[in-house]
Design a protein around this ligand. Structure first.
Ligand code: THU
Length: 129
């Protein structure tokens, strides 16, 4: 399945009545499976969740824990990068060279690796005494 298509299909289902900013995400795992996610907002605004987090949850439910590739799409003037929290969430399951392709509805595209998005990331090694 084409990852942009998967993210675009998800985008349509985003629940974003407060920001009116829909986001769709799709993750491909090394097995080739694709997992989709959307942002799901809440009237208590901080309780909303990002599209990337939804796709990660779907991947975990599918029994997989390794990200090979990510696509994110939003209706914006420029490709929308994952928020700080989502960078850390994606880095939990993807190596530094994993590509995150960010798209606008009008077809603009920006590709960055997880290492570029989250330099100096916090890892389990930092907790060693
Ligand atoms: N959002 C995402 O879902 N992913 C991103 O990468 C950036 C922001 C959502 C969160 C919120 O529902 C809306 O976009 C506006 O911030």
């Amino acid at each position: 399945m084409d990852l942009l298509q998967a993210a675009s299909e998800a985008y349509e289902k985003a629940y974003a009545p407060y920001s009116r900013f829909k986001v769709g995400a799709a993750i491909r795992t090394p097995s080739g499976n694709v997992y989709q996610g959307v942002n799901v907002e809440n009237v208590a605004y901080p309780e909303g969740t990002c599209a990337e987090a939804g796709a990660i949850a779907a991947m975990a439910l599918g029994g997989e824990t390794e990200i090979a590739e990510v696509a994110v799409i939003a209706d914006a003037t420029a490709p929308v990068p994952p928020c700080g929290g989502c960078r850390q969430k994606l880095a939990e399951f993807g190596k530094g060279d994993v590509k995150v392709a960010m798209y606008t509805l009008s077809g603009e595209k920006l590709v960055m690796t997880l290492a570029e998005l989250l330099p100096g990331k916090f890892t389990a090694d930092h907790m060693k005494g």
